[in-house]
Design a protein. Sequence first.
Length: 344
Amino acid sequence: MHDGPLGRHAPLSLHPGHAGGVGSPGHLGWIVPNHALRRTAQAVASRLPGVRIEAGAQVSQVHVAADHAAVEITRAGAAGSPQAHRERLQARLVVAADSRFSAVRQQLGIGVRSVDFGRTVIVCRMRHALPHRGIAHEAFGYDRTLAVLPLPDDLAGGTPQCSVVVTTGTPGTPDAAALMAQGADTFAAQVEAPFQRRLGAMRLVGERHAYPLVATYADRFAGHRCALIGDAAVGMHPVTAHGFNLGLAGVASLVQALTEARRQGRDIGEAAALQRYARDHHRRAWPIYQGTNAIVRLYTDARPLPRAVRHMVLQGAQRLPPLKAGIVGLLTERLAAGHGAGQV
């Protein structure tokens, strides 16, 4: 973890042993490619009885009644036909999991608190000449933030590769737009230079994806015949890599609440049956959400006083093992969840 441009100050180096305690795992976390997660989820869901995957369908309307929830989906017509096909589905419960800008959440009438960080995050995959040795780097520059996250070597050629996350400017500003428009070689040079060629020559693989940095927190996570999970419930800033982990924890908590309701013979769509999930997920998510936002505000403020504060924090952590263990605990969710590191 670097404060300012790489090489200006000594970095804060973190590894699992800093967390202390018996049985500390030999890692801070795992970086799993998104395509691998999607592929695995598709494979598992397609084998489950009672699961129907509607590829290419869009939710056009959501309605909650006293005894059921209804979702209307729209599919595009056959090739050459302008006629769209509509279908109405009913169930005891509808669960929204359609991003932090959830249209389902909006149709359910659930409000959301949001924090617009006024920046754009650009995500891509890169191959490089030197091995990354499983080490992640995050440099909080004064105009850009650069994260280089290790990935498994390329399966075809065994070439080392990483995920690169560049945070810059405000959405639509020339800086972000220029980075997206640059040729592959020029963009790679933009990453290599601030990273001081620590991984040797780098090469862009595939596309760059740009997203506005907005964190969201729903006013409630459940109601009568409806629940929110994933980013529809809490959309995290990616700096502490908790968003996906938090989404998985929400799914597990909701499943537990529904299983308990069914065991008791209760209607799984009743608001009372869903309150356990809403309460438990809020208790877990709120401190992580607020802590992450506080870190972002501190490490993206270029004024002299915040610079001095974060420099003291990083230098103090290098010299004080309890402080370093606390930072590791935050990053691995040990403080919030009381367990070991999860997947990123």
